[in-house]
Design a protein around this ligand. Structure first.
Ligand SMILES: [Zn+2]
Length: 444
């Protein structure tokens, strides 16, 4: 007898974001959590009032068994809400085979990708994006914000090909994951034509305006323009900011200023902020204070910045990541995200946020008990707030959207000793595969 759809029952579950190390019994109905109860010690099937057998511990459990199980015994394993990767580039993922980067610099990556993009067909773009999103899902990510290139200067058809592929992928995955798109507003080409194309992309369903104004000849002008457009269309702003080793790069100050001018506090995100680490203490603190005043969100992309930055240093090579601990200490919402996956910007990566959390811990010397909790929040609650997820988290009344693993605790999860993930979102199990297999899935 199969149980009714949308009903879930877990026992012996730890919820690490509650920071209490207690065991919980959880029940969901019609895709929502209806009961989350702290247990008094371990439960067995009889304690839980069950006559049907429970699924055993997760290791080796296939999807069918999970679907049919009356109750799932996590045996002390942990459950997290679906992870949130708030800065990806799905359109570029897996393009390394077509686009090389011999010097390994950000400049060559941008140049080579831009040269190659007119040759990508919509099918190629959509296929790569789907593969990357599915890979993320299989590792427990159920919400993504992806930036999208929008090279209007290479021709409207080229620019809109990426948008159309992206929207097709979102449609294909709807009901399985939530995807937001942020447009990389180009600073080249005829401004009126670009503005018109931006408006069209927003009408088609793009959610956020972004870009990389620190690379423009007139960063301040670009930043004002993006804010003007964002205000006109009522969308949030998410900008690549100061992805550079040069301590003089401080476009984040203009971003903070415009945020206040437009009353956009809480709606603006600054990503990378590598130059913040290159500044001296006094200047770094000044920038962080300005970010605080404007209530900016921030995102660190440690895998990519460790790879791309510091290329001209000899001897003591800079890490390239931002001032992670200082931003957190200042109370700035700072998420950690994947950025690029196997493309000219970053030859590695697997869209696995627990790996990103681990890399963040190496980059920022975070390994204590409180640090691990902070890292966990940087891939869950904090990015959920940044992208505006409503009712996020494992709470009664919220959507039953979670990832379970066979890790016994957060240390095991972040040390990568537990590779298996089981992901549930929008009323169904999404993957009982070992995550590495996801990329091989067909493009159905
Ligand atoms: Zn990026």
């Amino acid at each position: 007898m199969s149980k009714s759809a949308g009903r879930m029952h877990f026992i012996n579950t730890r919820l690490p974001l509650r920071e209490d190390n207690q065991l919980y019994e959880l029940k969901a109905e019609d895709g929502k959590w209806v009961c989350i109860r702290q247990q008094n010690g371990f439960l067995d099937a009889a304690d839980a009032g069950l006559t049907l057998p429970m699924a055993p511990a997760l290791a080796g459990t296939d999807l069918k068994k999970l679907e049919e199980a009356e109750c799932i015994d996590l045996q002390g394993g942990i459950m997290l809400p679906g992870l949130v990767d708030c800065h990806m580039h799905l359109d570029k993922a897996f393009s390394l085979g077509q686009v090389s980067n011999i010097s390994g610099t950000l400049q060559e990556a941008i140049q080579n990708y831009s040269q190659a993009v007119p040759d990508f067909s919509m099918e190629q773009l959509a296929g790569r994006m789907l593969a990357a999103a599915r890979m993320a899902l299989s590792y427990g990510t159920t919400t993504i914000r992806s930036h999208l290139d929008f090279p209007v200067h290479l021709g409207r058809e080229v620019a809109f090909r990426t948008i159309e592929a992206a929207l097709e992928v979102r449609e294909k995955l709807s009901g399985r994951m939530n995807i937001q798109y942020s447009l990389m507003v180009p600073f080249r080409g005829d401004q009126a034509a670009v503005d018109e194309a931006v408006e069209e992309a927003l009408c088609m369903g793009i959610d956020v305006l972004g870009g990389a104004p620190h690379l423009a000849a007139d960063p301040e002008g670009e930043i004002s323009r993006i804010f003007r457009l964002a205000e006109r269309y009522g969308v949030p702003v998410d900008l690549h900011a100061d992805e550079s080793d040069d301590p003089e790069k401080r476009t984040v100050l203009s971003i903070a200023e415009q945020t206040i001018r437009y009353g956009y506090q809480g709606l603006v995100t600054a990503d990378h902020l590598c130059s913040l680490s290159a500044m001296d203490e006094k200047d770094g603190q000044f920038v962080i204070t300005k970010m605080e005043e404007a209530r900016l969100n921030a995102v660190t992309l440690p895998a990519v910045n460790l790879y791309l930055q510091g290329r001209e240093d000899r001897g003591l090579v800079r890490r390239g990541t931002t001032r992670i601990r200082e931003l957190l200490a200042a109370g700035i919402p700072l998420a950690a995200a994947s950025d690029n996956i196997q493309d000219p910007f970053h030859p590695f990566g697997r869209a696995d946020l627990t790996q990103i959390a681990q890399i963040t811990s190496y980059a920022a010397h975070m390994g204590g008990k409180e640090d691990l909790m902070q890292l966990l929040r940087m891939i869950t609650d904090i990015p959920a707030g940044i992208v505006g997820c409503e009712s996020y988290g494992i709470q009664e009344g919220n959507a039953c959207d979670f990832v379970v693993t066979d890790a016994a605790d957060v240390t095991q999860l972040l040390s990568g000793t537990s590779m298996s993930r089981w992901v549930y979102s929008n009323g169904g199990w999404q993957s009982a595969l070992y995550a590495a297999r996801a990329y091989a899935m067909d493009n159905q």
